[in-house]
Design a protein around this ligand. Structure first.
Ligand code: OAD
Length: 257
């Protein structure tokens, strides 16, 4: 699909008429910015280490130095990356919709850098650092000896990125707001997620049960494909700008432009 005319007209209509659009994004939306996804990438440290083993409280206790090397590498990738046309299209969609909630599983902050305002970060943000004991937010620390993690200048506990590790609960308030948005939206776009990590993966079902139209944008099928009303098998950086173009065309047509 190369142009907005090829989009299903009923889908465009629902998007244009929606009072509240919710979007759930996953690692796939940042793939075109050069950030490897979790379950596909065979590059860099992903190829050598299992993220599920490194992003855990146990790993931080047993191999703090290695966990820090891994996160320092990931932070470097995020700092070098730029928002891609998919992120930018979602920021523009927010400006077109009466209400818009962007729920992301990503920790890279690229949605905010693209200009999105109402962003719920379900899994935290990799650029923030907190202490393991009290979650003090820390911006400066002494470098750690090799094989260790740096320590909190306030309490001396190990520092960690402010992200949700495997086995940890999601931030309660973020999950609550995301669930409310899923219940209240008219359309939910599910973009670039493999749909296997819960509770994030339950949100499209919540939206669907509440009567929303659910559309999946992902080049590959996922366990969420069967509940989606519309499936666009395209990269987000291609499909989302087309959706915005289509919304604008109808938006202006409706207003007599
Ligand atoms: P995954 O790596 O599991 O899935 C990435 C998805 O993006 C796949 O379904 C791909 O087909 C799709 N994809 C790849 N390129 C794309 C593109 N250009 N446009 C659209 N889609 C594309 O990533 P997530 O579903 O985000 O959690 O993973 C969920 C969670 O698992 C992550 O937030 C992380 C991980 O454990 C935590 O760190 C807590």
């Amino acid at each position: 699909m190369e142009n907005p005319h090829a989009l299903p007209p009923t889908f465009v209509q629902r998007l244009r008429q929606a009072r509240h659009i919710a979007v759930l994004t996953g690692a796939g939306i940042s793939a075109e910015s050069g950030i490897p996804t979790f379950r596909e990438a065979q590059t860099g440290l992903w190829a050598r280490y299992d993220p599920q083993e490194l992003a855990s409280p146990q790993a931080l206790r047993r191999q703090p130095g290695l966990v820090w090397v891994w996160y320092t590498w990931r932070r470097g990738l995020v700092q070098q990356a730029q928002p891609n046309p998919g992120h930018l299209a979602l920021a523009e969609m927010e400006r077109l919709a009466p209400r818009f909630t962007l729920i992301t599983q990503n920790v890279d902050g690229l949605h905010q850098r693209a200009g999105s305002q109402n962003v719920i970060e379900l899994h935290g943000n990799i650029m923030r650092t907190v202490c393991a004991a009290h979650r003090h937010e820390v911006t400066q620390w002494e470098p750690a000896p090799e094989g260790e993690a740096p320590r909190c200048p306030q309490c001396g506990s190990v520092l960690r990125p402010d992200v949700v590790f495997f086995g940890e609960s999601l931030p309660a308030e973020a999950l609550q707001r995301a669930t409310e948005a899923a219940q209240a939206c008219d359309v939910m776009l599910v973009v670039g997620t493999s749909g296997v990590v819960y509770p994030a993966a339950s949100l499209p079902g919540v939206a669907k049960d509440a009567g929303a139209l659910v559309a999946e944008i992902n080049p590959q099928p996922t366990p969420l494909s069967s509940l989606a009303d519309i499936v666009l098998r395209q990269p987000a950086g291609k499909a989302l700008p087309l959706l915005v173009q289509a919304m604008k065309r109808n938006f202006f047509a409706q207003d007599g432009f």
